[in-house]
Ligand binder design. Sequence first.
Ligand SMILES: Nc1nc2c(ncn2[C@@H]2O[C@H](COP(=O)(O)OP(=O)(O)OP(=O)(O)O)[C@@H](O)[C@H]2O)c(=O)[nH]1
Ligand SMILES: [Mg+2]
Length: 529
Amino acid sequence: MDTSTRTIAALSTPSGRGALAVIRLTGDGSQSIFASVIREVGRFKKEIARKIGVYTVLSDCHYSNYDHPENDVFGVDNTYNGQNPAVFPSDDPSSPNSVDIGKLKIIDEVTAIKYDAPRSFTGEEMVEIFCHGGIAVTGKILDRLFRQGARPAGRGEFSRRALINGKIGLLKAESIAGLIESQTEIQLQSAQLAYQGKQLESLERLKRRIINILSDIESRIEFGEVDAVAESKNELISTNRINLGKITAELEEELRRNDRIKAFDDGILVALAGPANAGKSSLFNEILGYDRSIVHDHPGTTRDIVSERITFEGVSVKLFDSAGIRDTADAVERQGIERTMFAVRSAHFILWVTAADERLDDVERQGIFNVINNVDSYTASKVASTSSVTRLPEPVEGNIVDNILVIINKVDVSPSPEKKQFCEDHSLKYIETSLTEKINTEKLFDTIGTALHAITEDIHIPEIIVNERHRDIVEWVIKDLRDSVDNFDREEVSAHYLKSALGRLEEFCGRVAGDEILDEIFGKFCIGK
Ligand SMILES: Nc1nc2c(ncn2[C@@H]2O[C@H](COP(=O)(O)OP(=O)(O)OP(=O)(O)O)[C@@H](O)[C@H]2O)c(=O)[nH]1
Ligand SMILES: [Mg+2]
């Protein structure tokens, strides 16, 4: 990547239609380049930094200082590789730089803020332009800036310059990328922890703990073995072993937490399941607020899995409607039921819809038991190579099963003491509703919302691992710590592995990041960031 301070420009908001868009210019000469495309040159020149002003971007180059570098009002050399960009024209009509700007076409009326180095996001001279959104307008303005000497910014180049100029640390830069890319509140929470500096604090604490152990080992190397202190030496070795073991266990827990939250990348997966004709599709449509699935009194209407991503009371959810579970000779419907079972196994939460006017048969009974067990075995499998923390719960008496909500629907037609009793006997949360008569529907929505919030709160966000880069480094650190413990009787070797772990943690924070590493990290950012 070109690491010069040449002015770069890019659209910092998403490309496409929008009320507003932001274009950023950074680098030496960005103010003079912006001035060369607007009408109100004099005003912009006099405007104080960080104050917003309204300007008119014109369609043509209305001056250039190629022939008059002495007119550079900033008094700096704005030449880049022998090429000279535009600088402020003179306000004086007799100046060689003055033009009849009344004849030029207007591209857009914009507001803009200028920043003087080093008081800007990148630490460089900058201009932020707020123009009207839309591909044509932003494209034209950018084109004007490029023709006046700016070059298109590469991925993450603004953040990279901020990093190089000491405005932000690598973890902060990554957390900004994380904030922008977050699609669910779990991802957002994770990025926020890093953004607020919690990640860095945890890493610093971790480093201090390793340094303590290292300095202990190193002092033993230096002073050699003295018989008189052999006993206390053994004690120290065992304390160090215990402490390194604790650190390793904590880092392994971080990996598990990272595994778990990855299972929520699409949001909380909620499946509507239950017998045919119970009202699953009716509820699906009710939640979405429009008729997405076909609702019909013919049992077996839904065959394919229908899914939609929604935000339910602020929680990101992927909601599935599915085929009703029942014994059927219809081959197509049977395929649908297989798909339902798959969706149920993958889901984090099941809305089991059942009709009050139908008996509770064995197929349904078994279906509910399968849900309780399958869901947890799925969750467990996500907690890779798990420890004792994993549980494969049975519906224990008195212990409310919280991965399923039974919705006893159609209570307008008949009550259902049998199904109520079944839920109570198996500690299942249930609610009686009529979707057509709107009985208890509000309470149903509240109950679903509470359950989703409870799932979100139950998820432990990793403090250190936010992205794959971090995960990779943590795996290597764990390996180093293990190797260090395995070599406790050879102090130099043991110390070597601890130093290696510390080096990796420095790399984690970006303190020893070379160009190649930065290229890789910022290459994942988007343009304009
Ligand atoms: N009386 C009454 N009818 C309802 C209620 N909820 C849904 N229905 C009706 O029950 C029938 C089946 O509803 P659906 O939503 O298609 O049921 P489903 O569970 O998706 O059915 P399948 O896709 O066949 O498994 C439709 O005629 C609905 O209008 C209710 O609360 N009371
Ligand atoms: Mg249906």
